[in-house]
Design a binder for this molecule. Sequence first.
Ligand code: 6R9
Length: 651
Amino acid sequence: MLDDHDKIYPPSPEMAGKAWADRAKYDAMYKASVEDPEGFWAEHGKRVDWIKPFTKVKNTSFAPGNISIKWFEDGTLNVAANCIDRHLATRGDQTAIIWEPDDPEADAQHISYRQLHAHVCKMGNVLKGMGVGKGDRVVIYMPMIPQAAYAMLACARIGAIHSIVFAGFSPDALAARVTGCDAKVVITADEAPRGGRNTPLKANADTAFAKIAAGPKMLVVKRTGGDITMQDGRDFWLHELEAEASNDCAPEEMGAEDPLFILYTSGSTGQPKGVVHTTGGYLVFTAMTHQYVFDYKDGEVFWCTADVGWVTGHSYIVYGPLANGATTLMFEGVPTYPDAGRFWDVCDRHKVAQFYTAPTAIRALMGQGKQWVEKHDLSSLRILGTVGEPINPEAWNWYNDVVGGGRCPIVDTWWQTETGGHLLTPLPGAIPTKPGSATLPFFGVQPVVLEPTTGEEITTVEAEGVLCIKDSWPAQMRTVWGDHERFEKTYFSDYKNYYFSGDGCRRDKDGYYWITGRVDDVINVSGHRMGTAEVESALVAHPKVAEAAVVGYPHEVKGQGIYAYVTLMGGDEPSEELRKELETWVRKEIGPIAKPDCIQWAPGLPKTRSGKIMRRILRKIAENDYGALGDTSTLADPAVVDDLIANRMNR
Ligand code: 6R9
């Protein structure tokens, strides 16, 4: 009998001959892209408008001691001009952004390319008026409102580097990121409505500003009209400054390798890293993947449900779609408000053709039953996408059958903040899919599977090990902001001459890739990356916590949950009250997404004689998999393990 892993779904008959690429074209383009990357990207680099065309295409090296990544390096361009101005002549009145507010009773907004141009120019001039120039950093801490996209594009237009901080992050996390890139301006809003509740963004920013030594200014968007305080000389209303700003803001001429944005992401150490993306290669690659992976055709409505606080929102709500002159939908709310039919209501009302979301959302909605889907007409849907974590076959099948009616190819896209755009993904119309596999590489991407301990490349078709990439692609991150050494150490030192993804994977007999999850101390909670070390350092910052160890464990909806083992200071007793206090503490230190799902009181942690915490054992206990504990003989005190097992989840 076939199990789900062996099922193959060929491209649907609806796609045959109509998609941007069929199998023969994919094979030919892929071959060209890896055999002659220079020629391939010289050709596809032309999909964006250059002010000064590039003459050099690829100048990249993963060699130890000489990690250097440059694409189209002598070309100049402006990302905002590519995403807006160049469409004005042909599609000035076409909708660029459909904005669907949190409140289902409120009207959606349709912002045309011409209107987008005016908004972005005005905001660009406002930022200039606040002293922001080329190369300066601007932090964006915003709800999912059109002004968040205007802010990104305004920065790109004037050559400033944006760093978006997800609106769910705490004031402390915001302060650390503002300080980390020494931002001149922080753009925020009075409040962020989500699921019928308002988050006090401006008040959070005020709290953050009290911890920031340098004196950035604040630009505030009026979203709800809620009560806030404005500090004279520091805080400015966007609508007031815009009233006096000109509509005319010439796009700055940027080098292809000038930074476009910084985006902080969790790693295996305590401090998140500022991933730096640059201008030319990023735009070419996000535009090209958006077109081919979603088979985007002119006039279609494309909806990526991510938040612009994550890389998915950068690449596939804003830059990729707008570079292609697409209509992109921005949603302020959550999948379950006012009810579990919200996504499908939005797809129905706006006639969405491509719908791109995360497995965790699919699982949560699957749990609510298919009646929520069946109430709505989803006949406009053509392509479904997923991203963020491996999708389990059960969720894949539900997505395919219930949402897609068996008609819509599912593109399971594997990529990372660091990769800028899709690296492993099917192309609909070309690649048969298998539930749970991200299938094959996109053009120009050369994945390899390495034996984890030796670092040898496994050359047989079937392979299991760590996933690395052999050569550069245009949207690869270029450095860690302010710490190039950390860039080299994190991605190029464990396995020499390769980019190391941090993920494990399996390659099957058909050469398809199956991501098995992170191999480092990063866990994936609802598709969001969380460093276990980050949560641990938040916990030990609490005065009653002596020690903490955090691991991931399987969670039905979130994919992975956060399991924290906590040792209290002598004299402090465990209690329900203290558990709540620690949960609130972590929320405050990092944000709600970091709240532990389980806190187990641990009188002691399993340690080696040299004092290293044996996380492997803690992971097994959290997973309820005691048979696989492995060798515990090197532990300083093996009895600790029995206690932890007996009190798993404090039961
Ligand atoms: C785009 C994004 C990256 C990590 C990555 C991997 C996991 C992302 C996946 C997937 C299996 C997929 N991941 N897409 N795992 N299948 N289709 O999510 O970026 O937040 O940096 O996370 O997410 O573990 O290494 P980011």
